[in-house]
Design a protein around this ligand. Sequence first.
Ligand code: GLU
Length: 470
Amino acid sequence: MSEQGFLSTVHRNFDRAARYLDYPAGLLDQIKICNSVYRFSFPVRREDGGFDVIEAWRAEHSHHKLPVKGGIRYAPDVNEDEVMALAALMTFKCAIVDVPFGGAKGGVKIDPRKTPVHQLERITRRYTAELVKKGFIGPGIDVPAPDYGTGPREMAWIADTYGQLHNGDVDAFACVTGKPITQGGIHGRKEATGRGVFFGVREALSDEALLKQLGMTAGLGGKRVVVQGLGNVGYHAAKFLVEGGGTLVALSEIEGAIYNPKGLDLEAVMNWRRETKSIKGFPGAETLPSPAAVLELECDVLVPAALENVLHAGNAERVRAKIVAEAANGPTSADAEEILRRRGVVIIPDMYLNAGGVTVSYFEWLKNLSHVRFGRLNKKFEEASTGRLVHAIEMAAGRSLEEAERRQVVRGASEEDLVNSGLEETMIEAFRQIRAVQIKNPKIDDLRTAAFVNAVDKIAVSYMELGIFP
Ligand code: GLU
């Protein structure tokens, strides 16, 4: 942990942005505070006959739009401050990418790596039942999703428990996102956060003014990338950044870190980890003394993709990255932020950069409520009409396309194509909006403050238009 609580870091960042906004103080206070926190405990019977008392939370930060939305974290040291901070970030994140939800977050104080699967299932189902009892879950109320320590399996248990308690509710699947495909999930959700990170970094690396400030050339090609954390977000961010031309020079996980300036083969590292239960000792790479050592390597893009406050007053002076791409929520403490800013490091902030997850969660929610897969109605129609167009051009040109070429051109969009296209558009547009804030307020010299201004502005307008703050 760093020098201050996570929530106060979020508040400090909020306050810095508030200086650029001209709204009544009461309205800004309302946007800043967390509306409701449900803290509860419940017993769960262990296999050996004993009981564990489980501590859990669900925080709903802002109800200016419904439902509220955000993941559920399973971690041994999760706490109320953290859940409230993460819920607040969700509110701002949704506003930035124009996802029409308020922010929320849940936490269960357990170590998922040390908890047997049947126990995880009991805990997840009981947690869901407790949320139902208190009205803290529902397609139009509060829609959880995966976060650190949870994934599609937990989301399936949540959807099933909710469905059992809402017999006949045709929209029950929309009570949670990030589900397996067979349980109402959507193609592309698992990769979404990492893919969004790639789009965000790509946007930053094509922004002339930013590149000039950093003294960097455009594009990901040959840029040295370091990824801290190999969970769902870290793995996919690394994968897409490498596919986009980056060189993955270092990786870290809970057990250790590896470095190879010539580049690491991500899939080979994953296989090595599966076989040996560790990334350490990966052939051809140097094993670093500690996982945190990757944060201090010289590189172009450092991607913290695990937990909050990994960059703090104790190591920020030694960070040698040009860009910190915040795939995790809150990886930079407020003190580290000051240091990095002074040293000219550009931070692409979490509430923008990792918003790909909630963006595709929004698409999943829409799919669940419309009860039809995206692309189902138009895929074949698109293929037929493009096919006719191609045929007409072939006749006019007197040449036919090769079969492989034709398949490429005539292909109708699948659900995954549409999801990825919606995500790409979202990340590009949000980056443009954040930069537009800076153009309008040249005094704002960092992307986080600009992102906050953009988010708070949208939420304030939404309150004003409700007539609560005339
Ligand atoms: N837990 C993810 C986040 O922090 C996803 C939230 C969601 O999809 O609702 O953004």
